[in-house]
Design a protein around this ligand. Structure first.
Ligand SMILES: O=C(O)c1cc(=O)[nH]c(=O)n1[C@@H]1O[C@H](COP(=O)(O)O)[C@@H](O)[C@H]1O
Length: 248
């Protein structure tokens, strides 16, 4: 196997900008200047800073994953997907729990936006959340009421997402190999629940270290607090890149 270059390693990292407003997020971006990572904007920042912040990220040349986890009736998700596509993001997500028709509607929304021509024909990668990485086996069975293993439940959503025409899923790195086996190597895996050795778990449950996740074959690892909560965020991401370099 060939090792990753520093640039390739950085490109596998999606930094989660979980901040209350644009100013704090921009400070982090200044700290990370020159590192070619992917940027994830979630609901906290998007509900506050909105499309203007996405536009500023794109103008700065970042690849952007807009993580709004849509989960609604098909018609509403179709409209949401259309609006998101017009923002020109590189990736967005829906909840697999919305079902196949809802996921198909998301793809129709993308097509409708592209047909309108407002994105210059750029097609975003659409992925489905399987089971949140904060969900443990016990919570899945006892609280949510889904019987069986987390792995089986994740694979069910992944195969459903694939059959709906989506490009991949969000899951824990612990399920990557099963997803690739069930859905093919080209089906993207985006994995939060990444914790460098010794880092605080916070509210995550199904976790792995960056190098363990890479060894599973994950395409992208979403990392928030281990970088954004560090005293020196640039040193934190550099140390993760270092861990990944040469390790594919
Ligand atoms: O869709 C996501 O990005 C997501 C799905 C999931 O199952 N678990 C999960 O943690 N996330 C997101 O990934 C990020 C993880 O952040 P940290 O736990 O701070 O590394 C957060 O922005 C979450 O919203």
């Amino acid at each position: 196997m060939t090792g990753l270059t520093r640039e390739e390693a950085a490109g596998r990292i999606m930094v989660a900008l979980d901040y209350p407003e644009a100013g704090a997020a921009k400070k982090l971006l200044r700290d990370l200047e020159g590192i070619p990572c992917y940027i994830k904007v979630g609901m906290q920042l998007f509900y506050s800073a909105g499309p203007a912040f996405i536009a500023s990220l794109k103008e700065s040349g970042y690849r952007v994953f807009l993580d709004l986890k849509m989960h609604d009736i098909p018609n509403t998700v179709k409209g949401g997907a259309s609006s998101i596509t017009k923002l020109g993001v590189d990736m967005f997500n829906v909840h697999g729990a919305g079902g196949k028709e809802m996921m198909e509607a998301a793809m129709e929304g993308v097509d409708a936006a592209l047909a309108g021509g407002s994105t210059g024909g750029y097609r975003p990668t659409v992925i489905a959340v399987t089971h949140l990485t904060s969900t443990s086996q016990v919570v899945l069975n006892s609280e949510i009421g889904i019987a069986g293993s987390v792995e089986d439940a994740v694979i069910r959503y992944a195969t459903l997402a694939k059959s709906a025409g989506l490009n991949g899923v969000v899951a824990s790195p612990q399920e990557v190999q099963l997803i690739k086996a069930a859905c093919g190597a080209e089906f993207k895996t985006v994995t939060p629940g990444i914790r460098p050795a010794g880092a605080a778990l916070n509210d995550q449950s199904r976790i792995m270290t960056p190098s363990e996740a890479l060894a599973q074959g994950t395409d992208y690892m979403v990392i928030g607090r281990p970088i954004t909560g560090a005293a020196d965020p640039r040193a934190a991401i550099e140390s993760i890149i270092e861990e990944l370099v040469g390790n594919e």
